[in-house]
Design a binder for this molecule. Structure first.
Ligand SMILES: Cc1cc2nc3c(=O)[nH]c(=O)nc-3n(C[C@H](O)[C@H](O)[C@H](O)COP(=O)(O)OP(=O)(O)OC[C@H]3O[C@@H](n4cnc5c(N)ncnc54)[C@H](O)[C@@H]3O)c2cc1C
Length: 262
């Protein structure tokens, strides 16, 4: 079984501050860690490999220092790390990120299963996993809390729902995103840490990936961030009443007046 895990480096705190002038995250002095949901993804991939054999490759898109999260994954049992890093990828929104990651995965040869975390704790959109599946034209199941069965050609999983869970069977190759209920990630041992320290990381960029320059970075990102800010705390509020049509119109005009959409 050839498994790929997508992992993101995120600030190790939810208390990140935003530079009011540039609207970007202030990353200085903030510890960077593996996105917590991605640790469950790594653990599940390593458990499947331990049962079925095969390899676990981990991929991250980010600045050069994001190779640290690949090494963390290798210390937990992953075999190879791929760092997708190029200035041309800067400013990517979730669409461009999904495209670029899927292009990176295409360089890896035969892939049976891709595992992502449910969402990243900084961007929080939960769009990249499904986005990668769409770009690769493979099926996906989001919010997986248990892998019941896996064969060369299919996977049967439990998908967490608001009340209870669904049992879903999906052909492979396919992608799943996982929730924290799925397992307890292992703590890397000394042997794993030593292996990770000396592991060679494969760097992917515009010179060794087949990417369309129109679909990457800021240029390839249909989402435009107009402004980024921490909303002021307000008390009270405005009560809107009326029939459904009036409610929709009034709500839209309140959102417009907030200035967050054009
Ligand atoms: C217009 C715009 C510009 C942006 N510019 C920048 C920028 O310049 N710099 C910047 O750092 N961010 C930028 N971002 C944020 C960036 O798009 C998102 O952080 C990124 O696409 C991932 O989205 P998310 O954090 O919501 O991840 P989610 O969709 O919540 O993540 C779900 C899962 O997808 C996988 N995943 C997500 N991101 C990655 C990754 N990078 N590598 C590997 N796996 C991943 C993980 O498995 C994760 O658990 C920008 C966003 C927008 C909208």
């Amino acid at each position: 079984m050839n498994i790929v895990v997508c992992i993101k480096q995120v600030p190790g705190t939810t208390q990140v501050k935003i530079n009011p002038e540039t609207g970007t995250l202030i990353r200085d002095g903030v510890e960077a860690v593996v996105n917590p949901f991605d640790e469950y993804a790594i653990e599940e991939a390593v458990r499947i490999k331990e049962k079925t054999g095969g390899t676990v490759k981990v991929i991250t898109m980010g600045p050069p220092q994001a190779d640290a999260v690949l090494r963390t994954a290798i210390s937990m049992g992953a075999d190879e790390g791929y760092l997708v890093s190029d200035r041309a990828f800067a400013g990517s929104d979730t669409w461009a990120t999904s495209y670029t990651l899927s292009s990176g995965i295409k360089t890896m040869g035969k892939v049976d299963l891709i595992i992502c975390g449910k969402q990243a704790i900084d961007g929080d959109t939960a769009q990249v996993g499904p986005g990668v599946a769409e770009m690769l034209d493979i099926p996906f199941v989001a919010w997986v809390k248990k892998v019941e069965e896996i064969t060369e050609n299919s996977i049967k999983v439990q998908r967490l729902m608001e009340e209870g869970y669904d049992v879903v069977e999906m052909p492979l190759p396919g992608l799943i995103t996982v929730v924290k209920e799925i397992n307890t990630p292992r703590v890397a041992g000394l042997k794993g840490k030593m292996k990770a320290k000396s592991a060679a990381i494969i760097t992917l960029n515009t010179s060794n990936m087949d990417v369309n320059p129109e679909r990457i970075g800021l240029k390839g990102s249909p989402t435009q961030v107009l402004r980024s800010f921490v909303p002021e705390r307000k008390s009270g509020g405005e009560k809107i009443s009326g029939d459904v049509g009036e409610l929709v119109q009034k709500t839209a005009s309140v959102i417009q007046n907030l200035g967050v959409v054009k």
